[in-house]
Write a protein that binds this ligand. Structure first.
Ligand SMILES: Nc1ncnc2c1ncn2[C@@H]1O[C@H](COP(=O)(O)OP(=O)(O)OP(=O)(O)O)[C@@H](O)[C@H]1O
Length: 228
């Protein structure tokens, strides 16, 4: 479960509240969209959960842990529970598809035997077994995003955080990526996705939390709403 209680965030010395009085609860296994105009607070929300930022007030619980209390040296261990997918893929250009995914396991000290078994399985899941030895610049945008998703799930995260994962993709490719995320979610992984893509949100019919001026203005199932 992910729970935010009375979370406010101001940046540095500004008095402007990037997030204000956020109280929400996301159950394990949910798929949640975070929507809102530019400046609404979506990235701030995601960065708080990733522990890239600290709240100015309030508590944030992820998987029954108050993450505001995690010590700096323990942050890398906390982040191992999370898979992250960005708009711009962020693959390592000098590593092949296989190596990009294997690298995510190497840095958490997974054994070679487990890596050799897990990476082909992840590639199969995202439909890219035939691209294992390609480099990122030999792939389409949609294929690169599939690699990024394979890398995000390879260590069995509790939660996948997606920041505009379809932002650089055409509508058809975007739907393929969303179906992949839906399948991963159906196996029990919680997904939180920030997006501007109204068509995708309407298509998926999942829970939608809308932010405006740092406040939650709507929290409903089933697409965008007129007041969002
Ligand atoms: N590093 C920062 N320093 C000061 N203010 C910031 C900083 N980052 C964000 N803000 C402010 O916090 C508010 C929320 O910004 P945030 O980036 O979370 O919005 P967003 O919904 O993700 O926008 P976008 O869709 O454009 O990415 C905005 O008013 C923004 O100007």
């Amino acid at each position: 479960m992910i729970k935010l209680n009375g979370v406010c965030k101001t940046y540095d010395k500004t008095e402007h509240l990037a997030l204000s009085d956020i109280d929400i609860c996301i159950s394990k296994g949910e798929f949640v969209f975070i929507v809102g105009k530019s400046g609404a607070g979506k990235s701030t929300f995601m960065k708080l959960i990733l522990k890239e930022l600290e709240p100015s007030t309030g508590e944030i619980h992820v998987d029954d842990q108050d993450i505001t209390k995690i010590k700096r040296r323990h942050i890398p261990f906390y982040r191992r529970k999370l898979g992250i997918v960005f708009q711009d893929f962020r693959l390592l250009s000098d590593k092949t598809v296989y190596e990009n995914i294997a690298f995510a396991m190497e840095i958490v000290e997974t054994s070679t035997a487990v890596i050799k078994e897990s990476v082909p399985n992840a590639l199969k899941l995202v439909g890219l077994s035939h691209r294992a030895h390609y480099f990122p610049d030999q792939l389409s945008g949609g294929e690169q995003q599939r690699v990024a998703i394979a890398r995000a799930i390879i260590n069995n995260p509790y939660l996948i955080i997606c920041d505009e994962p379809t932002g650089n993709l055409d509508p058809k490719t975007s739907i393929g990526i969303m179906n992949l995320l839906k399948d991963i979610n159906a196996k029990g992984t919680t997904v939180i996705m920030a997006t501007h893509d109204k068509d995708i949100v309407d298509l998926m019919q999942m829970r939608v939390i809308a932010l405006h001026g740092g406040k939650i203005v709507s929290d409903k199932k089933g697409g965008y709403h007129s007041e969002d």
